[in-house]
Design a protein around this ligand. Sequence first.
Ligand code: ADP
Ligand code: MG
Length: 256
Amino acid sequence: MKEIVKVENLVKKYKDNMAVKNVSFAVNEGEVLAIIGSSGSGKSTVLRCMNQLEKIDGGNIKIDEDEMIKEYKNGKPIYNDKETLKKMNLKCGMVFQNFNLFPHKSILENVTEAMITVLKMEKKEAEEKAIKLLDKMGIQDKKDAYPCNLSGGQQQRVSIARALAIEPEILFMDEPTSALDPELIGEVLKVIKKLAEEKKTMVIVTHEIQFASQVADRIIFMDKGSIIEMGTPKEVIENPKEERTKQFLQRYLERE
Ligand code: ADP
Ligand code: MG
């Protein structure tokens, strides 16, 4: 089994706040990993570090054979060269909670943007590919619309198409359904499920515990910046070992 991502003793601080404390895990090709945990437990920060949206303070992140940090000098991380970092970043797609679409670009332009500017594809080729992706997300008819004319569920499906456009090896999603009205959650979960069935490698931060149990091969439960428990859905959700996991799941069930 090919290991696509390896996170080793990742540390991220915001001033004195240790947002992520020595987090380690790996993601294999074709695997879906879900990260659950209370608000403020460091889930987004882990994803943001993997996407190079935050600088890390300790540990390392490996994507395929490349490492983000070349070495540590006097305890300070020395990042790898720009080219390697860019190569690593191109292998990562990201879907945000609030879609983050370009408001002044059409749906089609949102999806073709990175293909044209980063991958240097011809416009026509990029558009053909974008239309295929939008079709797969069930939203091809909206290609000429603007984000503000779409529902949240539609916008999030566009944002998934946009992330897939660069053919990332791994897709990260940070609470892809948290900003949606309840009746729109299903349509987004459905496309994510489809990607999971196609064996797209994904790391999904989610509050949808049921959904996580269904699509994830493994689940990580985080609390206060640390991984408390990691295992199959059966292990973590049905038979949690740790007291903190039990309490979290109990609170979740009560809220439902
Ligand atoms: P989660 O996604 O699990 O809700 P986050 O990763 O967003 O948690 O946050 C982890 C911790 O880091 C929290 O204590 C949060 O307040 C802090 N934090 C996150 N982003 C920032 C930031 N940009 N500046 C300062 N502190 C931050
Ligand atoms: Mg978050």
